[in-house]
Design a protein around this ligand. Structure first.
Ligand code: SAH
Length: 397
């Protein structure tokens, strides 16, 4: 029973009092351990969720394999999911008109935060990239509706699907490669904050670029100066944004393909930037030992804490990086430091930074505490939707 045609009677799933309390607090997930009865419910089905006594809590999408078994889509009874889907896609796109400025690349749909759990859609100028993360969103009628609505509202030259093999495995969906869903164009250029970037729909990490940093790039560009080091630079997002204000910029990453695109991006923007392929931990250690000094350092490492269990080692990793960077900054220097690990909350991140400053014998002034760009909305009642931290500090002494 896929979540397709309008249904008057939905199958029911009973959840524990803990699961019910979670939904009542405004969250939208129920973990498998809180599902009491889900007999015979097919993968990806549209379901009614009820509490232990059978009282309805809302309509949800079911996954037969993920730890997140239930993702609520409405507190009401929904009989026509495809109708709701079309409406929500339109709402999500309209919201971007409100919050996105100076860019033709941004996230159009951000899963739970746009009330469309399991669906991520990004726009890179004339290419749209779709990522499907759940059984329900993978059903053919759902995919068809998503694509036709995007065509109506965005009218891209082509649509690519980005596949995360790990997600397919978790959702027991058949393996398949990333590829074109429509059109022939697989690469293009896009602009954000006046900076141009190449985009290849079938290469690169995430859905191609780190769109969630878009507003942080602009913020960093406001304070960056002098000799600048962009560590974990990927395709040069920060480096290219700050280049106009800085006397010299070096970008560091361990991925050669990322640096090759970074170099092409620099040429596209008429900038001269030095790119170094290295392990950031080793490079910072060597540079600190060699008494190198910088006016601006940007740290944007990959997520160190993939789960709660990794939290302590993640914080140690962040501290090591930040400590080394702080030691190398001249007085009046700027540190832009990021974490995209949801499990590291903003308070712990600031505490880590404060301890790193003490150990480095530096005094920090907090210039800005930032999060993800507004096209990656945060749902207050779903803390997992807020994951990116970007702290900008000035080294006073
Ligand atoms: N700042 C980038 C995004 C960084 S994503 C932007 O705004 O676009 C994290 C980057 O860290 C990836 O490009 C990855 O290749 C790189 N990376 C991961 N481990 C690394 C390591 N040990 N040393 C250097 N780079 C690393």
């Amino acid at each position: 029973m896929p979540p397709i045609a309008a249904q008057t009677v939905l199958p029911e799933i009973k959840v524990s009092s803990r699961g019910a309390a979670r939904l009542k607090s405004g969250h939208v997930w129920v973990y498998r351990s809180d599902v009491l009865v889900a007999d015979g419910i097919p993968p990806g089905a549209l379901i009614m969720v009820t509490d232990q006594r059978g009282k309805p809590l809302g309509t949800a999408l079911y996954s037969s394999s993920s730890q997140i078994a239930v993702r609520l889509i409405s507190r009401e009874r929904v009989s026509d999911f495809l109708y709701l889907l079309r409406q929500r896609i339109a709402d999500a796109i309209k919201y971007r008109e409100l919050v996105v400025r100076e860019s033709n690349a941004y996230r159009l749909i951000f899963s739970e935060a746009d009330f469309l759990p399991g669906l991520i859609v990004d726009r890179y100028n004339d290419i749209v990239s779709v990522q499907i993360l759940t059984q329900a969103m993978d059903a053919n009628p759902v995919r068809g509706t998503v694509i036709s609505k995007i065509n109506d509202l965005v009218n891209p030259e082509s649509i690519v699907e980005r596949v995360d093999p790990r997600v397919l495995e978790l959702e027991t969906l058949p393996p398949r490669p990333s590829g074109l869903l429509q059109g022939e164009l697989t690469s293009t250029t896009f602009t954000m904050n006046g900076v141009q970037f190449y985009y290849d729909g079938l290469e690169g990490q995430k859905t191609g670029a780190f769109l969630d940093q878009r507003e942080n790039y602009a913020a960093a560009a406001q304070y960056a100066h002098g000799e600048t080091l962009d560590v974990f630079c990927y395709q040069g997002g920060f480096a290219l944004h700050v280049a106009q204000r800085c006397s010299q910029v070096t970008g560091v990453d361990s991925s050669r393909p990322a640096l090759e695109v970074a170099d092409r991006n620099a040429t596209l923007n008429g900038r001269e930037i030095e790119w170094i392929e290295a392990n950031a931990f080793d490079l910072l250690k060597d540079y600190a030992a060699a008494n190198r000094r910088y006016d601006t350092i940007i740290l944007d490492p990959p997520a160190f804490a993939k789960s709660k269990r990794d939290l302590d080692s993640a914080l140690r990793g962040y501290k090591e990086l930040n400590l080394r960077a702080l030691k190398m900054l001249r007085p009046g220097g700027i540190l832009v430091t990021c974490s995209c690990s949801y499990h590291v909350d903003p308070t712990s991140f600031l505490e880590m930074l404060s301890q790193a400053a003490v150990d480095a014998r530096r005094t920090l002034r907090l210039v800005e505490v930032r999060g993800q760009a507004k096209d990656h909305p945060v749902l207050l009642s779903v803390p997992e939707t807020a994951y990116l931290k970007c702290v900008i500090t000035e080294v006073s002494t």
